[in-house]
Structures are given as structure tokens and as C-alpha cells.
Design a protein around this ligand. Sequence first.
Ligand SMILES: NC(=O)c1ccc[n+]([C@@H]2O[C@H](COP(=O)([O-])OP(=O)(O)OC[C@H]3O[C@@H](n4cnc5c(N)ncnc54)[C@H](OP(=O)(O)O)[C@@H]3O)[C@@H](O)[C@H]2O)c1
Length: 346
Amino acid sequence: MADVNRQWLLRARPQKHLRLDDFEYREEALPAAPLADGEVRLRNIVFLCAPTMRNWMDPPGNSLYPSVPLGRPMMAPAVGRVVASANPDYAVGDRVYTMSSWQDYTTVPANAWRRPTRIADGISFVEAMGRYGLNPLTAYFGLLEVGQPKAGETLVVSGAAGSTGSTVAQIGKIKGLRVVGIAGGPAKCAWLTGECGLDAAIDYKSENVAARLAELCPSGINVFFDNVGGEILQAAIDNMAPYGRIVLCGQISSYDSDEQPRGPRNMMRLVYGSIRMQGFLCGNYSARFGEGVAALREWTAAGRIHYREDLHSGFDKLPGAFIKLFSGANEGTLLVQIADETGASR
Ligand SMILES: NC(=O)c1ccc[n+]([C@@H]2O[C@H](COP(=O)([O-])OP(=O)(O)OC[C@H]3O[C@@H](n4cnc5c(N)ncnc54)[C@H](OP(=O)(O)O)[C@@H]3O)[C@@H](O)[C@H]2O)c1
């Protein structure tokens, strides 16, 4: 049990780029108010830093989720333990995943979109947010369900060294595809073609992506899994094979900016090539998460998925860790643990 409820509040809406002082630290007394019907109170333990949280900092209207009000704790996905419940579906002590907020204790309304999900036995809090969490599940369902890959096809993945992208790329290899990753910098590219076993990697920070895609994919790209958007999406569109599939997972290149994202040009290429471009949300597949976790566990145990985690310890680390996503300074899934498994603060 913590002595106070530590919080990181959204102090200001980012101007152009995110800054540390867009957040403000505050401590308040432990929440004591009785819960309303249906609510649960959670002791947050591990937070996932997700790029799309940057969209929730913008004024209302830019995101699927509600904009975080100024002066309120930053909204974020978390795992934790139920410490009080006015909901018959949850008991004190339950370990759950939910949409939470940057504070020690969050009261969750348990309505449809914030409904907590129980963590399966045998999976730690860190694993539930990390190697078997939202990003690997996004990779699994996005590639297999939306991308519909077939053995022997060519898969290109942007943001390929990241949490979601590296899992997509390696599932592609497991499924018998030829896989090309796009990532920032020689170290990330070397990890992809080395440990992860990709066929090739393109360093978008030093190479001409469109030209390299043409060279590496002479028969065109069959599946493009896009985490980035902007010019990288354009370069992939220009190199798609007929009947290719473009999986729109995210658009990180435009999140931390006040400029309108640059849309793809020459959409007639999609018409001429009979190409399907489809967005998706991981949550669309929530009823099948058990299947995804089982597959990921099996591949992990067999050494077929190499996973990297950028785990920080301490509540004070939250804003600084989150900002790393937008410079590419993170190496793998970016997590911040603020309490140990017993609830003692870090
Ligand atoms: N649809 C869904 O349900 C869903 C769910 C989860 C995540 N996502 C999306 O998946 C994407 C990846 O998220 P993640 O959590 O796995 O993060 P991540 O890939 O582990 O980290 C973000 C990476 O994005 C790259 N990046 C940052 N700014 C960039 C830019 N301007 N241009 C190109 N690359 C840039 C950086 O890698 P480099 O060093 O290679 O630049 C950075 O390490 C995001 O777009 C996210 O919104 C979607």
C-alpha cells in the first residue's frame, strides 16, 4: 500500500512536439471516496507507453479515445490489482488489464470500453503488458487476419524493430514469408537481419526507402504492415504487387506534430493493382486474445520470437520514458513499473 497517490497530470497540450513539462507531478491523499455501482479501484503496477497516447493529449476530436482533460492524470494502458470493488464481476486481489491513468490508484468505471480484463494465471504483470500484451497481440491479429499472408509472399514491415513491428516481422518468418523490415539506424537493422532472421532491412534514416524497396522486392510487396504512415507508406504504395494488402496499424510519423499528416498520393495505384488497404484495432479481436497469447507463448518457448523490452522502474520515469518513443530511443516494448507485485511503490 502506498502512503500517497502519486500522479502525473497533463499540464499543457503539446505545442508542435511533446515536452517533459507538458506533464506535472502531484501527490494527493489516497482515494477514500466510496465507489459507485459498477466501479473498481485499481492499484496500478505496470504501465505500457503506447505511441497513440500522444493523440490523447491533443484537443478533442483527433482520436478515437477521449482527449485527456488538462489538469487530469494522463490516460494510459496498465495492469494492476483490484483493491476495492463495487462490481460483482471483480473481487479484491484480481489481477487485471485496463485503460487506466498515470497515478498509483485509478477508479475505473467498468463501462464497455474501459472494462478490465483478467490476466491469465502463470503470466506476470510485466509479461501481461509486454511479451503477451497489447502490441504482440496487435501484431498477431493484424498480420494474420487483416494481412492474410501466404507462404512465399513478400512482407514489408515499417517500425520493424519496435514492439509491434518486430513481432509482425518474426511471425511473418514463422509463416514462411520473405520479410523486409524498415527501421531507424544500423543497430536496429542489424538486430532484425541477425537475431530476428529477417531477409533484409532498410535504414530509413540513411537510405532511400522507395529505391531500396524496388531493389529488394522486384516482384512487388504482397503485404505491407504499416506502423508509420507518411512518406514510408507512400514508398510502399509505389511498390505494391497486384492484389497486395496494406495493413494500417498506426501512423507514428504524424503523432508528435502539429502539422497535418501527409496523405498518400497517387491512390490510383491501389485501383490499378486491386490492392486492399485496411485499418484495424487490436481490440476488434479481444474475444480471441487467448488464442493469440497461446500462439505467442508457444513460439517464445520454441525460441522463434525474439522479444526486447525497455523496462523502466519508478513512477518518476513515466514522462521521460514515454517521450523516447518519438525519437526511436526505445529498444522494444516500453514499460514503466511503478510498484512491485505486492503493491509496494517504486
Ligand atoms: N491498431 C492498433 O490496435 C495498435 C495497437 C498497438 C500499436 N499500434 C501502433 O503500432 C505502432 C508501433 O507502436 P509500438 O507501441 O509497437 O511502438 P514501437 O514501435 O516499439 O516504438 C515506436 C517506434 O516508432 C519509430 N518512430 C518514431 N517516430 C518515427 C517517425 N517519425 N518515422 C518513422 N518511425 C518512427 C521509432 O523506431 P525507429 O528507431 O525505427 O525510428 C520508435 O522506436 C504505432 O503506430 C502504434 O500507434 C496500433
